[in-house]
Ligand binder design. Structure first.
Ligand SMILES: [Zn+2]
Length: 329
């Protein structure tokens, strides 16, 4: 292979003379050429990586941000679950505990009061839309949860105080199931099972075989124990404070039970049957407040399942106020 040489023109000798480089200079010349090229290429590559993919530190931060956002989203869904459960507790508090004790329900406005108004989360707008949205959403849900919890705590404290200072009255309220049986008919308008026309059902019916134990549902005094029209054998207990409970269609009464006897909640008073106007054995149970029948379910504090409560509670829309007291259920 022909050796490549650089030449210069020697005017005195009138000829081209090869240039003699010294080896050191040659090496330096070639090394610097490759070094410069290498640096330029590396810088170019790095700038592409940085622009389109990010520096390693940036990549790590992005991953970390994504993990934080994902975790916040999971936390938000847990907050929603907890809030729904707390909502169910508030409803139980209003519809059962507070109603039974005669306390005013805590309104939704009060439970949610103090939330809203000025935008308390505007500082999150500094971040990207996705981050700002998830931060706002979780922060506001947590605030709401905190508020609800606080109000619920106060409400339960009030219920407890009321209970402690009204124990005598509460022992008298007809608050337990009169019989161990499921509810088969609720309070309100219905087609009468024997008479076959629409009329007010002023109590609730429990499924009960003949001779099933029947218990007093609150402390009180036996007001009546005997036969009374379509009720058949019936017991009425006066609980004081305006409350009377009535147990109808009984087969017999507990041994020695007499009018004027004191009874306690849970005491055996008689046995269920199908005396009077019935289509079969069951216990018809009524609660009267100042001589007016009310839905006994309102007072069965902890003795009905939430399902029974929702299924059989009386809705106002099917009440007929002027309907006379019934003796045929
Ligand atoms: Zn009935």
């Amino acid at each position: 292979m022909a050796k490549k040489n650089h030449f210069y023109y020697d005017s005195e000798r009138c000829e081209f003379v090869p240039i003699e480089y010294d080896i050191k200079k040659k090496l330096t010349h070639s090394l610097s050429f490759w070094l410069i090229n290498g640096i330029v290429l590396a810088a170019f590559g790095l700038s592409i990586l940085t622009n389109y993919i990010g520096t390693p530190a940036e990549i790590m931060l992005k991953d970390e941000n994504q993990a934080l956002i994902d975790q916040l989203k999971r936390a938000e869904s847990s907050i929603i679950d907890i809030e729904n459960q707390l909502q169910a507790i508030s409803e139980l508090d209003n519809e059962m505990y507070r109603t039974i004790l005669g306390l005013d329900p805590v309104t939704e406005d009060l439970r949610m009061g103090g939330i809203g108004g000025t935008d308390r989360y505007s500082h999150f707008d500094y971040y990207t839309e996705e981050t700002s949205e998830i931060l706002r959403s979780t922060a506001s849900k947590l605030d709401r949860l905190e508020r609800r919890m606080g109000v619920q705590k106060v409400s339960f404290a009030e219920v407890k105080n009321y209970y402690n200072s009204n124990q005598e009255r509460l022992k008298s309220i007809p608050a337990i199931r009169p019989v161990n049986g499921i509810i088969i008919s609720g309070y309100g308008m219905r087609i009468h099972p024997v008479l076959r026309y629409k009329r007010m059902h002023e109590g609730i019916d429990f499924r009960a075989d003949i001779n099933t134990d029947v218990f007093a549902t609150g402390d009180g005094t036996v007001k009546f124990a005997g036969r009374k029209g379509t009720f058949g054998n019936v017991i009425e207990i006066d609980h004081g404070f305006g409350f009377v409970s009535r147990y109808a269609h009984l087969s017999t009464f507990a041994d020695g039970l007499r009018t004027g006897d004191k009874v306690q909640r849970g005491e055996l008073i008689g046995f269920s049957g199908n005396s009077g106007l019935t289509e079969g054995p069951h216990l018809h149970y009524e609660v009267l407040v100042r001589n007016r029948p009310i839905d006994p379910l309102n007072y069965l504090i902890a003795d009905v399942t939430p399902e029974e409560y929702l299924l059989f509670r009386h809705s106002e829309s099917n009440t007929v106020e002027e309907e006379p007291l019934s003796f045929a259920d």
